[in-house]
Ligand binder design. Structure first.
Ligand SMILES: Nc1ncnc2c1ncn2[C@@H]1O[C@H](COP(=O)(O)OP(=O)(O)OP(=O)(O)O)[C@@H](O)[C@H]1O
Ligand SMILES: [Mg+2]
Length: 314
C-alpha cells in the first residue's frame, strides 16, 4: 500500500466516536475540546503530534483513548539513543550464532510491537530522536508496513497509529523537524488547564478531602500556577507540582499537628510543602539572579500575606 492509499485506513463512525468521547470523559477532567480533536484525528486513521509543556494531559488522554478501544499503548522515549534498530527491533546475536538468521531470532522493538498488536506507538520528546529514526517512522506511517531483514514484510494492524509528543519550550538537544516530517503529521496543541480543572485533578489524584483539603487544594493550585507567571521563571511547574504540594502539605500538617485550615501554623507549614514540591520543578532564568527558594517565598507572600482574603477557604 502506498502513502496515497492511506485514506483506506479504517475510520470510526461519528456515533462510535461520540460514544467513546462520553465514556472517556469519565476518566479525564476537562479537555473536552482536545479529546474531540484527538479522537477525530485517530478516528480518521491518521497520525498525530501533540505539542505542549510537560504535565498537560497528553499521556492521560492517550491512555484513556487506547483503554477505551482496548488496544495497547506502546511507550518510547525519543532521545539520541533511539536508533532505527532500537525502534524496529534486532536479531538476538546468541540465537543467530546457533540457528542462523530467521524470523524466530528477531526480537521486536516498540514499532513492530505496536504494528503487530494494532497499538498506538507513543513517542515522547519526538524531536529528540535522530533524523534516521524519524525517517524510519515516516516509512512506517506512509506504508503501514515495514521490511525487516530475514523476517520479511510486517504489516500494521488497522488500529496502529503513531502519536508523537513534544514540548515546544524544549530546545536543548532537539532536532528541528524537517518539513518532510511535519507535512505528514496532524498537530494538536495543548496548554495548561484553568484553575477549576486543576483543582479537580489535584482532588482526584490525591484523594484528599475534608476542611483542611478544602484549603490545601486551592492553595496548591494557586501557587503552582503562579510559578508559570513569575517573571524570573523560564518554565514553571505543571499540575504535577500542585498534586505533590497538596500531598506533602497534608502529611506535614499531620506530622506537626496542624489542626485545621485556620491553625496559625498552616501558612508556614504550607510554605515548607511548597519548597519540597516546587523548588526543583521551576527553572529560574539565569539572568534573573534569584533562586527558586526566593521565587517561592515571593509567591507565598503574595498569597498568604499581601492578599490573604484571596486565600480564605471557600
Ligand atoms: N485532564 C486530566 N484529568 C485527570 N488527570 C490529569 C489530567 N491532566 C493531567 N492529569 C494528571 O496530571 C499528571 C500529569 O499528566 P500527564 O502525565 O497526562 O501529562 P503529560 O502531558 O503526558 O506530561 P509529559 O509531557 O511530562 O509526559 C498525571 O498524574 C495525570 O494523572
Ligand atoms: Mg506524558
Amino acid at each position: 500500500m502506498s502513502g496515497a492509499d492511506r485514506a483506506a485506513a479504517p475510520r470510526a463512525s461519528a456515533d462510535e466516536l461520540t460514544a467513546a468521547r462520553e465514556r472517556i470523559a469519565g476518566s479525564v477532567i476537562g479537555r473536552e475540546r482536545e479529546l474531540e480533536l484527538a479522537l477525530s484525528a485517530v478516528g480518521s486513521g491518521r497520525d498525530l503530534v501533540m505539542e505542549g509543556p510537560p504535565g498537560t494531559s497528553k499521556t492521560t488522554m492517550l491512555t484513556a483513548i487506547t483503554a477505551e478501544w482496548g488496544i495497547p499503548l506502546v511507550f518510547v522515549e525519543g532521545n539520541a539513543d533511539l536508533t532505527p534498530s532500537r525502534l524496529i527491533g534486532h536479531h538476538n546475536p546468541a540465537r543467530v550464532l546457533r540457528e542462523d538468521y530467521g524470523p524466530d531470532t528477531f526480537v521486536a522493538g516498540p514499532l513492530v510491537d505496536a504494528m503487530r498488536r494494532g497499538g498506538f506507538l507513543y513517542i515522547e520528546e519526538f524531536n529528540r530522536a535522530p533524523e534516521d529514526t524519524l525517517n524510519t517512522l515516516l516509512t512506517a506511517m506512509a506504508d503501514r508496513r515495514i521490511e525487516v531483514p530475514y523476517v520479511g514484510s510486517i504489516a500494521a494492524e488497522p488500529s496502529f497509529r503513531v502519536i508523537a509528543s513534544m514540548n515546544p519550550f524544549d530546545n536543548v538537544g532537539t532536532t528541528r523537524l524537517s518539513s518532510s516530517v511535519t507535512d505528514r503529521l496532524n498537530r494538536i496543541v495543548v496548554g495548561y488547564q484553568d484553575a477549576d480543572a486543576e483543582e479537580g485533578i489535584v482532588a482526584l489524584r490525591t484523594g484528599l478531602s475534608g476542611p483542611l483539603a478544602d484549603r490545601i487544594i486551592p492553595d496548591a493550585v494557586a501557587v503552582t500556577r503562579a510559578t508559570r507567571e513569575h517573571e524570573a521563571v523560564r518554565q514553571g511547574s505543571s499540575v504535577r507540582g500542585a498534586i505533590d504540594c497538596a500531598l506533602v502539605a497534608g502529611q506535614l500538617a499531620g506530622l506537626r499537628g496542624v489542626a485545621g485550615p485556620d491553625d496559625e501554623r498552616y501558612p508556614e507549614t504550607f510554605f515548607d510543602a511548597m519548597l519540597v514540591a516546587l523548588s526543583g520543578r521551576i527553572h529560574v532564568d539565569e539572568s534573573a539572579e534569584t533562586t527558586p527558594e526566593r521565587v517561592l517565598r515571593e509567591i507565598w507572600e503574595d498569597r498568604f500575606i499581601l492578599d490573604p482574603a484571596r486565600a480564605e477557604p471557600g
